[in-house]
Structure formats: C-alpha cells, structure tokens
Design a protein around this ligand. Structure first.
Ligand SMILES: [Zn+2]
Length: 80
C-alpha cells in the first residue's frame, strides 16, 4: 500500500571527522499512516562518515498491523 506524503524536508550537512570537507544529505519524510490517525516518519541521513536510516510509525494500531518502508506499508499477515 502506498502512503500519502504529508511533508518532506532535506538538508545538506557536512561530513564528520576526516570527512568534514565533503557534504551529505539528510532527508525527512512524513506520511499519513494507513488508517489516517497517525503518521509515518522516514529519516535518511547519508553523510560522509555517518549513515542512518529509520522508518517509524506513531500509530499503535498500524504498528501492529503493518511493516513500513519508505512511503509504503505492507500488511504483516500477508507476509506469512
Ligand atoms: Zn494508523
């Protein structure tokens, strides 16, 4: 299932330590959760010397029912 994008934000950030002179990006995207009561957050930091990716949902109901990826939700039951 595709989620509805509410907002997205990206920033350029300098690298860490020895990578200080090269730049990377941080991306934050906010989607509506499948039931519409909560939100799904996608964070991606791709900075020299530092990589981080996370998807989280603040809706308890949907957290129990779905697995989330960037912009999509998959029913947990249908994966069994
Ligand atoms: Zn929900």
């Amino acid at each position: 299932m595709e989620l509805k994008l509410i907002s997205n934000d990206s920033h350029a950030k300098p690298g860490y330590g020895a990578n200080m002179r090269s730049w990377g990006d941080t991306i934050t995207e906010v989607y509506k959760c499948p039931c519409g009561k909560g939100k799904v957050y996608y964070d991606n930091e791709d900075i020299p010397g530092h990589r981080y990716k996370n998807v989280s949902c603040d809706c308890e109901e949907c957290n129990e029912k779905y697995n989330f990826a960037r912009g999509t939700a998959t029913l947990i039951e249908s994966q069994k």
